[in-house]
Design a protein around this ligand. Structure first.
Ligand code: UDX
Ligand code: UDX
Length: 464
Protein backbone atom coordinates (compact mmCIF):
# COMPACT_ATOMS: atom_id res chain seq x y z
CA UNK A 1 0.00 0.00 0.00
CA UNK A 2 1.37 3.40 -0.99
CA UNK A 3 0.26 6.20 1.25
CA UNK A 4 -0.73 9.42 -0.55
CA UNK A 5 -2.00 11.54 2.32
CA UNK A 6 -0.86 11.98 5.89
CA UNK A 7 -2.23 14.07 8.72
CA UNK A 8 -0.50 14.87 11.97
CA UNK A 9 -2.43 16.06 15.02
CA UNK A 10 -0.16 18.33 17.09
CA UNK A 11 2.09 20.99 15.53
CA UNK A 12 4.64 21.11 18.34
CA UNK A 13 8.35 20.41 18.73
CA UNK A 14 7.87 16.86 17.50
CA UNK A 15 5.00 17.08 14.99
CA UNK A 16 6.27 20.21 13.20
CA UNK A 17 9.86 19.16 12.40
CA UNK A 18 9.00 15.48 11.78
CA UNK A 19 6.26 16.26 9.27
CA UNK A 20 8.43 18.87 7.55
CA UNK A 21 11.04 16.22 6.82
CA UNK A 22 8.49 13.59 5.78
CA UNK A 23 6.98 16.12 3.36
CA UNK A 24 10.36 17.19 2.02
CA UNK A 25 11.45 13.60 1.36
CA UNK A 26 8.08 12.44 -0.02
CA UNK A 27 6.99 15.22 -2.38
CA UNK A 28 4.12 13.11 -3.69
CA UNK A 29 2.55 12.61 -0.29
CA UNK A 30 0.25 15.36 0.96
CA UNK A 31 1.11 16.13 4.58
CA UNK A 32 -1.27 18.22 6.69
CA UNK A 33 -0.31 19.25 10.21
CA UNK A 34 -3.24 20.31 12.39
CA UNK A 35 -3.47 21.79 15.86
CA UNK A 36 -6.15 23.11 18.18
CA UNK A 37 -4.02 26.16 18.81
CA UNK A 38 -4.85 28.57 15.98
CA UNK A 39 -2.08 31.01 16.88
CA UNK A 40 0.48 28.23 16.52
CA UNK A 41 -0.92 27.28 13.12
CA UNK A 42 -0.92 30.85 11.88
CA UNK A 43 2.73 31.15 12.95
CA UNK A 44 3.57 27.98 11.02
CA UNK A 45 1.97 29.68 8.01
CA UNK A 46 3.76 32.98 8.54
CA UNK A 47 5.50 34.33 5.44
CA UNK A 48 8.31 35.56 7.67
CA UNK A 49 10.14 32.30 8.44
CA UNK A 50 11.77 33.77 11.54
CA UNK A 51 8.28 33.76 13.09
CA UNK A 52 7.82 29.97 13.02
CA UNK A 53 6.52 28.93 16.46
CA UNK A 54 9.55 26.85 17.29
CA UNK A 55 13.21 27.55 16.83
CA UNK A 56 15.28 24.70 15.50
CA UNK A 57 18.43 25.14 13.36
CA UNK A 58 17.73 24.25 9.71
CA UNK A 59 13.96 23.94 10.15
CA UNK A 60 12.87 27.09 8.36
CA UNK A 61 14.62 26.18 5.08
CA UNK A 62 12.85 22.84 4.98
CA UNK A 63 9.47 24.38 5.77
CA UNK A 64 10.10 26.95 3.04
CA UNK A 65 10.84 24.21 0.50
CA UNK A 66 7.68 22.18 1.10
CA UNK A 67 5.08 24.53 2.53
CA UNK A 68 2.19 25.07 0.11
CA UNK A 69 3.53 22.30 -2.16
CA UNK A 70 2.73 19.18 -0.16
CA UNK A 71 3.06 20.49 3.41
CA UNK A 72 0.10 22.30 4.95
CA UNK A 73 -0.67 23.68 8.38
CA UNK A 74 -4.32 23.97 9.34
CA UNK A 75 -6.82 24.14 12.18
CA UNK A 76 -9.42 22.13 10.28
CA UNK A 77 -8.75 18.91 12.18
CA UNK A 78 -11.82 16.95 11.07
CA UNK A 79 -11.23 17.55 7.42
CA UNK A 80 -7.54 16.64 7.60
CA UNK A 81 -8.37 13.40 9.43
CA UNK A 82 -11.05 12.46 6.95
CA UNK A 83 -8.85 13.12 3.93
CA UNK A 84 -5.81 11.18 5.19
CA UNK A 85 -4.90 7.52 5.00
CA UNK A 86 -2.38 7.74 7.80
CA UNK A 87 -2.80 9.85 10.96
CA UNK A 88 0.02 10.64 13.38
CA UNK A 89 -0.88 11.57 16.95
CA UNK A 90 1.74 13.97 18.21
CA UNK A 91 0.00 15.82 21.01
CA UNK A 92 1.58 16.45 24.37
CA UNK A 93 1.22 13.99 27.22
CA UNK A 94 2.10 15.98 30.33
CA UNK A 95 2.54 14.40 33.75
CA UNK A 96 -0.80 14.29 35.55
CA UNK A 97 -1.34 17.12 38.00
CA UNK A 98 -4.46 15.66 39.61
CA UNK A 99 -6.11 12.45 40.78
CA UNK A 100 -4.63 8.98 40.73
CA UNK A 101 -1.05 8.84 39.51
CA UNK A 102 -0.68 12.59 40.19
CA UNK A 103 2.91 13.75 39.65
CA UNK A 104 3.83 10.51 37.95
CA UNK A 105 1.50 9.02 35.35
CA UNK A 106 1.08 10.63 31.94
CA UNK A 107 -2.11 12.49 31.32
CA UNK A 108 -3.51 10.73 28.28
CA UNK A 109 -6.52 13.00 28.02
CA UNK A 110 -5.37 14.61 24.77
CA UNK A 111 -4.40 11.33 23.16
CA UNK A 112 -7.77 9.86 24.02
CA UNK A 113 -9.57 12.92 22.67
CA UNK A 114 -7.66 12.52 19.42
CA UNK A 115 -8.65 8.86 19.19
CA UNK A 116 -12.31 9.71 19.73
CA UNK A 117 -12.15 12.47 17.16
CA UNK A 118 -10.56 10.13 14.62
CA UNK A 119 -13.25 7.51 15.28
CA UNK A 120 -16.00 10.09 14.88
CA UNK A 121 -14.99 11.68 11.60
CA UNK A 122 -13.35 8.81 9.69
CA UNK A 123 -15.30 7.51 6.72
CA UNK A 124 -12.57 5.20 5.38
CA UNK A 125 -9.96 2.82 6.85
CA UNK A 126 -6.98 4.50 8.53
CA UNK A 127 -3.59 3.74 9.94
CA UNK A 128 -3.14 5.56 13.26
CA UNK A 129 0.44 6.17 14.37
CA UNK A 130 1.40 7.04 17.97
CA UNK A 131 4.19 9.57 17.77
CA UNK A 132 3.79 10.99 21.26
CA UNK A 133 5.73 9.07 23.89
CA UNK A 134 3.21 6.99 25.71
CA UNK A 135 3.21 4.52 28.54
CA UNK A 136 3.29 0.90 27.49
CA UNK A 137 -0.03 -0.52 26.31
CA UNK A 138 -1.55 2.81 25.32
CA UNK A 139 -1.97 1.48 21.80
CA UNK A 140 -4.38 -1.06 23.24
CA UNK A 141 -6.50 1.71 24.74
CA UNK A 142 -6.49 3.66 21.48
CA UNK A 143 -7.47 0.52 19.59
CA UNK A 144 -10.38 -0.09 21.96
CA UNK A 145 -11.68 3.43 21.61
CA UNK A 146 -11.42 3.31 17.84
CA UNK A 147 -13.04 -0.08 17.48
CA UNK A 148 -15.95 0.70 19.75
CA UNK A 149 -16.83 4.00 18.17
CA UNK A 150 -16.96 3.39 14.46
CA UNK A 151 -19.42 2.24 11.92
CA UNK A 152 -17.45 -0.36 10.05
CA UNK A 153 -14.26 1.67 9.42
CA UNK A 154 -11.07 -0.33 10.19
CA UNK A 155 -8.07 1.04 12.05
CA UNK A 156 -4.52 -0.24 12.39
CA UNK A 157 -2.46 1.15 15.25
CA UNK A 158 1.29 1.63 14.98
CA UNK A 159 3.84 2.96 17.43
CA UNK A 160 6.58 5.11 15.92
CA UNK A 161 8.36 6.89 18.77
CA UNK A 162 10.41 9.96 17.98
CA UNK A 163 14.06 10.02 18.97
CA UNK A 164 14.92 13.54 17.88
CA UNK A 165 16.65 15.77 20.41
CA UNK A 166 15.80 19.45 20.33
CA UNK A 167 18.48 21.72 18.93
CA UNK A 168 19.67 18.94 16.63
CA UNK A 169 16.23 17.77 15.50
CA UNK A 170 16.77 18.28 11.77
CA UNK A 171 20.00 16.28 11.71
CA UNK A 172 18.46 13.57 13.90
CA UNK A 173 15.56 13.34 11.47
CA UNK A 174 17.72 13.37 8.32
CA UNK A 175 20.19 10.75 9.53
CA UNK A 176 18.48 8.87 12.32
CA UNK A 177 20.40 6.24 14.32
CA UNK A 178 17.28 4.16 13.87
CA UNK A 179 13.60 4.46 13.06
CA UNK A 180 11.47 2.28 15.28
CA UNK A 181 8.08 1.02 14.12
CA UNK A 182 5.91 -1.20 16.28
CA UNK A 183 2.78 -2.91 15.02
CA UNK A 184 0.57 -5.94 15.26
CA UNK A 185 2.77 -8.43 13.45
CA UNK A 186 0.33 -11.29 14.07
CA UNK A 187 -2.14 -10.18 11.39
CA UNK A 188 -1.77 -9.50 7.69
CA UNK A 189 -3.38 -6.06 8.07
CA UNK A 190 -0.95 -5.22 10.85
CA UNK A 191 2.02 -6.22 8.74
CA UNK A 192 0.74 -4.18 5.80
CA UNK A 193 0.32 -1.09 7.95
CA UNK A 194 3.89 -1.45 9.20
CA UNK A 195 5.07 -1.81 5.62
CA UNK A 196 3.21 1.34 4.57
CA UNK A 197 5.01 3.38 7.22
CA UNK A 198 8.35 1.72 6.47
CA UNK A 199 7.90 2.87 2.86
CA UNK A 200 7.51 6.49 3.91
CA UNK A 201 10.85 6.36 5.76
CA UNK A 202 12.58 4.38 3.00
CA UNK A 203 12.48 7.57 0.91
CA UNK A 204 15.58 8.65 2.82
CA UNK A 205 16.47 6.21 5.60
CA UNK A 206 18.55 3.10 4.76
CA UNK A 207 16.65 -0.13 5.26
CA UNK A 208 18.98 -1.47 7.94
CA UNK A 209 18.23 1.56 10.11
CA UNK A 210 14.50 0.81 10.18
CA UNK A 211 13.58 -1.54 12.97
CA UNK A 212 10.18 -3.20 13.24
CA UNK A 213 8.94 -4.74 16.50
CA UNK A 214 5.73 -5.56 18.28
CA UNK A 215 3.77 -2.63 19.70
CA UNK A 216 4.77 -2.97 23.32
CA UNK A 217 8.49 -3.32 22.58
CA UNK A 218 8.33 -0.13 20.58
CA UNK A 219 6.49 1.82 23.28
CA UNK A 220 8.78 0.54 26.02
CA UNK A 221 11.99 1.16 24.03
CA UNK A 222 11.26 4.86 23.89
CA UNK A 223 10.84 5.15 27.66
CA UNK A 224 13.94 3.05 28.27
CA UNK A 225 16.11 5.00 25.81
CA UNK A 226 15.33 8.22 27.61
CA UNK A 227 15.77 6.61 31.02
CA UNK A 228 19.24 5.30 30.05
CA UNK A 229 20.31 8.69 28.71
CA UNK A 230 19.07 10.52 31.78
CA UNK A 231 20.71 7.93 33.99
CA UNK A 232 24.09 8.74 32.46
CA UNK A 233 23.63 12.41 33.36
CA UNK A 234 22.53 11.62 36.90
CA UNK A 235 25.45 9.22 37.26
CA UNK A 236 28.02 11.77 36.14
CA UNK A 237 26.33 14.48 38.24
CA UNK A 238 26.59 12.27 41.32
CA UNK A 239 30.30 11.93 40.64
CA UNK A 240 30.61 15.71 40.20
CA UNK A 241 29.72 16.13 43.87
CA UNK A 242 32.32 13.56 44.80
CA UNK A 243 34.89 15.44 42.72
CA UNK A 244 34.14 18.70 44.50
CA UNK A 245 34.77 17.00 47.84
CA UNK A 246 37.98 15.29 46.85
CA UNK A 247 39.86 17.47 44.39
CA UNK A 248 39.27 15.19 41.42
CA UNK A 249 38.16 17.01 38.27
CA UNK A 250 34.90 15.91 36.62
CA UNK A 251 36.04 16.84 33.12
CA UNK A 252 39.12 14.66 33.50
CA UNK A 253 37.05 11.83 34.94
CA UNK A 254 34.44 12.09 32.14
CA UNK A 255 37.14 12.02 29.50
CA UNK A 256 38.92 9.09 31.10
CA UNK A 257 35.84 6.91 31.48
CA UNK A 258 34.31 8.00 28.15
CA UNK A 259 37.32 6.72 26.23
CA UNK A 260 36.38 3.21 27.24
CA UNK A 261 34.52 2.21 24.10
CA UNK A 262 32.09 0.17 26.19
CA UNK A 263 31.05 3.33 28.04
CA UNK A 264 31.41 5.87 25.21
CA UNK A 265 31.89 9.61 25.46
CA UNK A 266 28.39 11.03 24.94
CA UNK A 267 26.04 12.33 27.64
CA UNK A 268 28.77 12.56 30.24
CA UNK A 269 28.76 16.34 30.68
CA UNK A 270 28.14 17.21 34.30
CA UNK A 271 25.54 19.96 34.49
CA UNK A 272 23.07 21.86 36.54
CA UNK A 273 20.66 18.98 35.92
CA UNK A 274 18.79 17.70 32.89
CA UNK A 275 15.58 19.31 31.67
CA UNK A 276 13.34 18.96 28.64
CA UNK A 277 9.88 17.62 28.08
CA UNK A 278 10.87 13.98 28.00
CA UNK A 279 13.44 12.70 30.48
CA UNK A 280 11.62 13.34 33.72
CA UNK A 281 8.21 12.42 32.33
CA UNK A 282 9.37 9.22 30.71
CA UNK A 283 11.23 8.01 33.79
CA UNK A 284 8.21 8.82 35.94
CA UNK A 285 6.17 6.71 33.57
CA UNK A 286 8.58 3.85 33.88
CA UNK A 287 8.44 4.16 37.65
CA UNK A 288 4.67 4.33 37.65
CA UNK A 289 4.27 1.31 35.41
CA UNK A 290 6.72 -0.70 37.51
CA UNK A 291 4.92 0.26 40.71
CA UNK A 292 1.55 -0.63 39.23
CA UNK A 293 2.92 -4.07 38.44
CA UNK A 294 4.22 -4.45 42.01
CA UNK A 295 7.87 -4.20 40.90
CA UNK A 296 9.00 -1.91 43.70
CA UNK A 297 12.74 -2.45 43.36
CA UNK A 298 12.58 -1.60 39.67
CA UNK A 299 10.54 1.50 40.44
CA UNK A 300 12.93 2.70 43.15
CA UNK A 301 15.98 2.06 40.99
CA UNK A 302 14.75 4.37 38.23
CA UNK A 303 13.24 6.93 40.58
CA UNK A 304 16.72 7.55 41.95
CA UNK A 305 17.71 9.11 38.58
CA UNK A 306 15.14 11.85 39.18
CA UNK A 307 16.04 12.33 42.83
CA UNK A 308 19.69 12.81 41.82
CA UNK A 309 18.61 15.45 39.29
CA UNK A 310 16.59 17.34 41.92
CA UNK A 311 19.57 17.10 44.24
CA UNK A 312 21.91 18.57 41.60
CA UNK A 313 19.63 21.59 41.20
CA UNK A 314 19.33 22.33 44.89
CA UNK A 315 23.01 21.67 45.45
CA UNK A 316 23.90 24.29 42.81
CA UNK A 317 21.53 26.77 44.44
CA UNK A 318 23.03 26.15 47.87
CA UNK A 319 26.51 26.67 46.43
CA UNK A 320 25.49 30.10 45.14
CA UNK A 321 23.98 31.12 48.45
CA UNK A 322 26.86 29.82 50.53
CA UNK A 323 29.48 31.47 48.31
CA UNK A 324 27.68 34.81 48.48
CA UNK A 325 28.27 34.86 52.25
CA UNK A 326 25.11 32.95 53.08
CA UNK A 327 22.76 35.67 51.95
CA UNK A 328 21.40 36.56 48.52
CA UNK A 329 18.57 38.72 49.77
CA UNK A 330 18.39 41.84 47.59
CA UNK A 331 21.40 40.73 45.53
CA UNK A 332 21.21 40.48 41.76
CA UNK A 333 22.00 37.06 40.34
CA UNK A 334 22.15 37.20 36.56
CA UNK A 335 21.26 34.06 34.64
CA UNK A 336 22.73 33.40 31.24
CA UNK A 337 20.29 31.01 29.61
CA UNK A 338 16.80 29.85 30.47
CA UNK A 339 16.18 27.15 27.81
CA UNK A 340 16.73 23.56 28.92
CA UNK A 341 19.64 23.24 26.45
CA UNK A 342 21.27 25.30 23.72
CA UNK A 343 19.81 25.88 20.24
CA UNK A 344 16.17 25.68 21.28
CA UNK A 345 13.58 28.07 22.66
CA UNK A 346 11.97 25.23 24.62
CA UNK A 347 12.06 25.74 28.38
CA UNK A 348 10.03 22.77 29.64
CA UNK A 349 11.48 21.38 32.88
CA UNK A 350 14.56 23.57 32.50
CA UNK A 351 16.74 23.58 35.62
CA UNK A 352 16.88 27.38 35.35
CA UNK A 353 13.22 27.59 36.40
CA UNK A 354 13.74 25.55 39.56
CA UNK A 355 16.96 27.31 40.52
CA UNK A 356 15.41 30.76 39.97
CA UNK A 357 12.52 29.70 42.18
CA UNK A 358 14.82 28.58 45.00
CA UNK A 359 16.85 31.78 44.78
CA UNK A 360 13.72 33.93 44.82
CA UNK A 361 12.65 32.08 47.97
CA UNK A 362 15.78 33.69 49.43
CA UNK A 363 14.70 37.09 48.04
CA UNK A 364 17.38 37.28 45.37
CA UNK A 365 16.66 39.31 42.22
CA UNK A 366 17.08 36.99 39.25
CA UNK A 367 17.88 38.85 36.05
CA UNK A 368 17.81 36.70 32.94
CA UNK A 369 19.06 36.81 29.37
CA UNK A 370 18.45 33.98 26.91
CA UNK A 371 19.03 34.40 23.17
CA UNK A 372 15.73 32.70 22.20
CA UNK A 373 13.37 32.74 25.17
CA UNK A 374 10.86 35.55 25.67
CA UNK A 375 10.07 37.40 28.90
CA UNK A 376 6.49 36.12 28.84
CA UNK A 377 7.69 32.54 28.61
CA UNK A 378 10.00 32.98 31.60
CA UNK A 379 7.25 34.48 33.75
CA UNK A 380 4.87 31.71 32.69
CA UNK A 381 7.39 29.03 33.64
CA UNK A 382 7.90 30.52 37.08
CA UNK A 383 4.20 31.12 37.68
CA UNK A 384 3.47 27.52 36.84
CA UNK A 385 5.45 26.36 39.88
CA UNK A 386 2.86 28.16 42.01
CA UNK A 387 5.34 29.08 44.71
CA UNK A 388 4.16 32.68 45.05
CA UNK A 389 1.85 35.20 43.43
CA UNK A 390 2.41 36.30 39.83
CA UNK A 391 2.90 39.86 40.99
CA UNK A 392 5.62 38.77 43.39
CA UNK A 393 7.31 36.76 40.63
CA UNK A 394 7.36 39.81 38.38
CA UNK A 395 9.14 41.71 41.11
CA UNK A 396 11.93 39.18 41.42
CA UNK A 397 12.35 37.80 37.90
CA UNK A 398 13.64 40.47 35.56
CA UNK A 399 14.11 39.95 31.83
CA UNK A 400 16.77 41.62 29.69
CA UNK A 401 17.11 41.34 25.93
CA UNK A 402 20.82 42.02 25.98
CA UNK A 403 23.43 40.04 27.94
CA UNK A 404 25.56 43.04 28.90
CA UNK A 405 22.52 44.82 30.38
CA UNK A 406 21.58 41.66 32.22
CA UNK A 407 25.00 41.41 33.83
CA UNK A 408 25.55 45.07 34.66
CA UNK A 409 25.66 45.73 38.38
CA UNK A 410 25.01 42.14 39.34
CA UNK A 411 26.68 40.25 42.18
CA UNK A 412 26.98 36.93 40.40
CA UNK A 413 26.51 35.27 37.00
CA UNK A 414 24.96 31.81 36.82
CA UNK A 415 25.26 29.98 33.50
CA UNK A 416 22.23 27.78 33.01
CA UNK A 417 22.34 26.91 29.30
CA UNK A 418 25.39 26.06 27.20
CA UNK A 419 24.70 28.55 24.36
CA UNK A 420 27.91 28.89 22.28
CA UNK A 421 27.65 32.68 22.26
CA UNK A 422 28.25 32.90 26.00
CA UNK A 423 31.85 31.80 25.49
CA UNK A 424 32.46 34.67 23.06
CA UNK A 425 31.39 37.51 25.35
CA UNK A 426 33.80 40.20 26.43
CA UNK A 427 34.26 38.92 29.96
CA UNK A 428 36.66 41.76 30.79
CA UNK A 429 33.94 44.32 30.16
CA UNK A 430 31.42 42.24 32.09
CA UNK A 431 33.79 42.03 35.04
CA UNK A 432 34.30 45.78 35.08
CA UNK A 433 30.55 46.39 35.26
CA UNK A 434 29.79 43.93 38.07
CA UNK A 435 29.80 44.25 41.85
CA UNK A 436 33.00 42.98 43.46
CA UNK A 437 33.97 40.33 44.27
CA UNK A 438 32.39 39.14 41.02
CA UNK A 439 31.30 35.51 41.01
CA UNK A 440 30.65 33.12 38.14
CA UNK A 441 28.72 29.90 38.74
CA UNK A 442 29.22 27.92 35.56
CA UNK A 443 26.42 25.36 35.61
CA UNK A 444 27.62 23.96 32.27
CA UNK A 445 31.41 24.16 32.61
CA UNK A 446 31.68 26.10 29.35
CA UNK A 447 34.09 28.89 30.30
CA UNK A 448 37.85 28.59 30.54
CA UNK A 449 38.53 28.68 34.24
CA UNK A 450 42.10 30.00 34.00
CA UNK A 451 41.19 32.90 31.71
CA UNK A 452 38.18 33.82 33.81
CA UNK A 453 40.14 33.75 37.05
CA UNK A 454 42.90 35.82 35.46
CA UNK A 455 40.34 38.58 34.81
CA UNK A 456 39.52 38.60 38.51
CA UNK A 457 36.33 36.56 38.80
CA UNK A 458 35.77 33.99 41.52
CA UNK A 459 34.89 30.92 39.41
CA UNK A 460 32.83 27.91 40.51
CA UNK A 461 32.02 25.14 38.06
CA UNK A 462 30.37 21.77 38.49
CA UNK A 463 32.62 19.02 39.83
CA UNK A 464 35.75 21.11 39.53
C1 UDX B 1 6.50 16.07 22.68
C2 UDX B 1 6.34 14.65 22.19
O1 UDX B 1 5.52 14.57 21.06
C3 UDX B 1 5.75 13.77 23.14
O2 UDX B 1 6.23 12.49 22.83
C4 UDX B 1 6.07 14.06 24.52
O3 UDX B 1 5.27 13.21 25.27
C5 UDX B 1 5.82 15.50 24.86
O4 UDX B 1 6.55 16.28 24.04
P1 UDX B 1 5.88 18.21 21.64
O5 UDX B 1 5.68 18.18 20.18
O6 UDX B 1 7.21 18.62 22.14
O7 UDX B 1 5.53 16.79 22.19
O8 UDX B 1 4.72 18.96 22.40
P2 UDX B 1 4.14 20.38 22.10
O9 UDX B 1 5.17 21.25 21.52
O10 UDX B 1 3.41 20.75 23.34
O11 UDX B 1 3.08 20.09 20.93
C6 UDX B 1 1.86 19.46 21.09
C7 UDX B 1 0.83 20.20 20.26
O12 UDX B 1 -0.38 19.44 20.25
C8 UDX B 1 0.46 21.58 20.78
O13 UDX B 1 0.69 22.53 19.78
C9 UDX B 1 -1.03 21.48 21.14
O14 UDX B 1 -1.73 22.65 20.88
C10 UDX B 1 -1.47 20.35 20.24
N1 UDX B 1 -2.67 19.65 20.72
C11 UDX B 1 -2.75 19.19 21.97
C12 UDX B 1 -3.72 19.46 19.83
O15 UDX B 1 -3.67 19.89 18.69
N2 UDX B 1 -4.82 18.76 20.26
C13 UDX B 1 -4.94 18.29 21.52
O16 UDX B 1 -5.94 17.67 21.86
C14 UDX B 1 -3.86 18.51 22.40
C1 UDX C 1 15.82 13.69 24.62
C2 UDX C 1 16.47 12.49 23.90
O1 UDX C 1 17.86 12.74 23.69
C3 UDX C 1 15.78 12.25 22.59
O2 UDX C 1 16.30 11.09 21.96
C4 UDX C 1 14.29 12.06 22.84
O3 UDX C 1 13.61 11.89 21.63
C5 UDX C 1 13.72 13.25 23.57
O4 UDX C 1 14.44 13.47 24.77
P1 UDX C 1 15.97 16.34 24.40
O5 UDX C 1 15.21 16.35 25.68
O6 UDX C 1 15.49 17.17 23.26
O7 UDX C 1 16.07 14.85 23.83
O8 UDX C 1 17.48 16.80 24.69
P2 UDX C 1 18.81 16.08 25.18
O9 UDX C 1 19.88 16.47 24.26
O10 UDX C 1 18.64 14.63 25.41
O11 UDX C 1 19.10 16.82 26.56
C6 UDX C 1 18.29 16.62 27.71
C7 UDX C 1 18.86 17.36 28.89
O12 UDX C 1 20.06 16.75 29.36
C8 UDX C 1 19.22 18.81 28.62
O13 UDX C 1 18.81 19.62 29.69
C9 UDX C 1 20.72 18.78 28.51
O14 UDX C 1 21.31 20.00 28.79
C10 UDX C 1 21.07 17.72 29.53
N1 UDX C 1 22.39 17.08 29.31
C11 UDX C 1 22.63 16.39 28.17
C12 UDX C 1 23.36 17.14 30.30
O15 UDX C 1 23.16 17.74 31.35
N2 UDX C 1 24.57 16.52 30.09
C13 UDX C 1 24.84 15.82 28.96
O16 UDX C 1 25.96 15.26 28.85
C14 UDX C 1 23.85 15.76 27.96
Amino acid sequence: MKIKSICCIGAGYVGGPTMSIIAQKNPHVKVTVVDLNSERISNWNNKDLSKLPIYEPGLSQIVFESRGRNLFFSTDIDRAIDESEMIFISVNTPTKTYGSGKGMASDLKYVELCARQIAKVSKSDKIVVEKSTLPVKTAEAIQNILENNTNGVKFQILSNPEFLAEGTAMRNLEVPDRVLIGGDMSTKEGQEAVKALVNIYLSWVPKNHILTTNLWSSELSKLVSNAFLAQRISSINSISELCESTGANIQEVSKAIGMDSRIGSKFLNASVGFGGSCFQKDILNLVYISKSLGLNEVANYWHQVILMNDHQRSRFTRLIIKTLYNTVSGKIISFLGWAFKKDTNDTRESSAIYIADLLIDEHAIVRVYDPKVTATQMQCDLNRLNSRSEKENEKYLIYRDNPYDALKGSHAVAIMTEWDDFKKYDWNEIYNNMEKPAFIFDGRNILNRDEIEKIGFVYKGIGL
